[in-house]
Design a protein around this ligand. Structure first.
Ligand code: F6R
Length: 253
């Protein structure tokens, strides 16, 4: 894992956007995996800027989002469909038919998962996947458990996730309790992964992710098995002294 401790949220977003832009320039017909949430918001803004100022061309790009709440229609303001269009897609020249987000209101969610996985396979997998991390160590909506699912699936959200994500809803009851998410294998098959983490509440999961231990109770720790992950991380939660301390062991922090 290549670790890039960074000074500001702004710098993290610019660096991630630069890597995404580089990917598109090197391979215009690239397949990107996108995340939602607070973490990548500014990265999307930077990409819109690059489209407007530097003519970064999204016309051949295909995208697959990690996840979507089950039961929410694309028009629901808290759906990830809505988030992606409002924060990104409607400002760049991406083709509608190249955008993929699991349908939260699919009549048959299990079939939707199978179809979604098939679409990713058909195109040859994801070239570059953007990830945030949950305070419980989830990636996508792969929640901590003794078993994890490999492929795109319907998942029961953990109480931690429901509580954390309630900040976007009127109250706890409004938060969907289930979601569709890419599985860990879907994510791990991406050729390259950028994991971004900003803020004090991400310290605990991030230290577990780079601990050298792998546990399904910290799904993001599986990323240590991938050979091309860039972790762009808040310097305050990941001081460079850790990188050089041979006795570093996260449980002691
Ligand atoms: C979102 C997603 C989640 C988030 C994670 C962090 O599509 O898959 O795994 O990346 O919950 O969320 P934020 O960025 O809001 O802290």
């Amino acid at each position: 894992m290549e670790i890039k401790p960074i000074n500001s949220y702004d710098a993290m977003s610019k660096l991630a956007a630069k890597i995404v832009a580089g990917q598109i320039i090197n391979k215009p017909k690239t397949v990107l995996g996108f995340a939602t949430g607070s973490t990548p918001l500014s990265m999307y803004r930077e990409l819109v800027k690059l489209y407007k100022k530097s003519k970064l061309d999204f016309s051949k790009v295909t995208t697959f989002n990690l996840d979507e709440y089950l039961g929410l229609s694309p028009e629901h303001p808290q759906s990830y469909h809505y988030y992606m269009y409002e924060n990104f897609f409607k400002y760049v020249n991406i083709r509608e038919e190249n955008i993929h987000i699991p349908k939260g209101n699919a009549e048959d969610p299990v079939q939707e998962c199978l179809d979604y996985e098939k679409e990713i396979e058909k195109i040859g997998g994801i070239d570059l996947q953007i990830l945030g991390i949950g305070i419980n160590g989830h990636v996508g909506f792969n929640e901590p458990d003794i078993n994890l699912e490999a492929k795109t699936h319907v998942i029961q959200l953990s109480d931690d996730t429901i509580t954390t994500n309630s900040r976007f809803f009127k109250n706890l009851d409004e938060v969907p309790k289930k979601a569709i998410t890419m599985g860990m294998a879907t994510i791990m098959r991406s050729k390259k992964i950028i994991l971004m983490a900003w803020g004090a509440e991400k310290k605990k999961p991030i230290l577990k992710v780079i601990s050298g231990h792998i546990a399904t109770e910290v799904p993001a720790s599986l990323l240590q098995l991938h050979n091309d992950v860039i972790l762009i991380v808040d310097k305050k939660i990941y001081p460079s002294s850790i990188v050089t301390d041979p006795l570093f062991y996260p449980d002691k922090i």
